[in-house]
Design a protein around this ligand. Structure first.
Ligand code: BDR
Ligand code: CA
Length: 327
């Protein structure tokens, strides 16, 4: 089992240290959440916003995935509004995969992508003209060596940002993503996981980028299971975000019991609950039955730390206690 090691230059580290905000003796991790909300995306966003002592959310970039881009973009605004965070920039990204067919969607999230629970969209949510890809690049330039891209949808925005700037992978701190199924079957078919199957070419570009990569595939996310007792705890929390999370997860758990996307954020808060193996991972991009499959083998010099184990009790305890402390 390997632990995650940073690969940033000494000067980038020094700069990062100077600029980093310290709160309660801990360095806030600057993250961009690249997502396709999506119910488990919404819970991941709530968790990141609730983890104020650990995480600073620089912005939320949206991509087509579970539902189309117009919906993922508006849903990200709905989630931030519900959390009272109209200050978080929400950016529109890319509306289709790079090369793959554009028609895949995930019905488990409902027609609107948020469980059809009618989460309101305020009229006054600030619109940002900047494109998601430009936003990612600008933030990485602004905070060299510091930005963690948490990608919890198809990797289209992240891949295109890497294509615009081939050095981007070295300038950011890491790309931590939910996607793929390294050492287990997929959830779309025997081979492929949803995010990777939507845009396998993007996933391959990210995997070849030279960035520090941490993969939360189905290997680990399917070890998490939403139970009635978790929903009951959310109800007991008695605050707006816990109530919304409970309604969302109740709708979602009818089709998928696994808390995929929040794993990525939970790792930033408490890495010790996960373990994994350094691996070489590539994606099948050739048409055929294995299209979108992540092929992995254990390799100490591989391109990606693949998470394989989670303490699911501690994972839920982190999620539920962070949401209980909602301001
Ligand atoms: C992934 O697919 C989406 O439906 C979820 O939001 C998650 O990102 C799981 O395969
Ligand atoms: Ca997602």
């Amino acid at each position: 089992m390997l632990s995650f090691r940073r690969k940033v230059s000494k000067s980038a580290q020094d700069g990062a240290t100077k600029r980093a905000k310290i709160q309660k003796g801990r360095t806030l991790q600057k993250i961009i959440i690249d997502c396709d909300p999506g119910i488990d995306d919404a819970v991941a966003i709530f968790l990141a916003l609730a983890a104020r002592d650990d995480i600073e959310v620089l912005g939320i970039t949206c991509v087509k995935g579970n539902v189309g881009l117009d919906k993922t973009y508006r849903n990200a605004q709905r989630i931030c509004a519900a959390a009272g965070r109209l200050d978080i920039p929400v950016l529109r990204g890319i509306a289709r995969p790079i090369l793959a067919p554009a028609d895949l969607a995930a019905s488990v999230h409902g027609v609107d992508g948020l469980g059809d629970i009618d989460l309101p969209l305020p009229d006054d949510f600030p619109e940002t003209k900047t494109h998601a890809v430009d936003f990612i690049r600008q933030q990485v330039e602004k905070y060299p060596g510091e930005v963690v891209v948490c990608a919890i949808g198809p990797l289209t925005n992240v891949a295109v940002a890497l294509l615009f700037d081939p050095l981007l992978g070295e300038k950011l701190r890491s790309i931590v993503f939910m996607g793929g199924a390294a050492y287990c079957p997929g959830n779309m078919n025997d081979f492929a996981e949803f995010n990777f199957m939507v845009d396998p070419h993007a996933a391959e570009i990210v995997l070849q980028s030279g960035a520090q990569l941490v993969m939360f595939g189905l290997d680990v996310t399917q070890q998490t299971r939403i139970e009635e007792l978790h929903l009951a705890r959310l109800r007991q929390n008695g605050n707006v975000c816990s109530d919304i999370a409970e309604r969302l997860l109740t709708a979602y758990a009818k089709g998928d019991q696994h808390l995929h996307d929040p794993c990525v954020v939970a790792w930033l808060i408490e890495p010790s609950i996960f373990s994994g193996t350094q691996s070489r991972v590539r994606i099948v991009t050739e048409p055929g039955p294995q299209f979108g499959r992540s092929m992995a083998n254990i390799d100490p010099h591989g391109n990606c730390l693949v998470m394989t184990q989670v303490d699911q009790q501690r994972l839920f305890s982190i999620l539920l206690s962070k949401l209980a402390q909602w301001p």
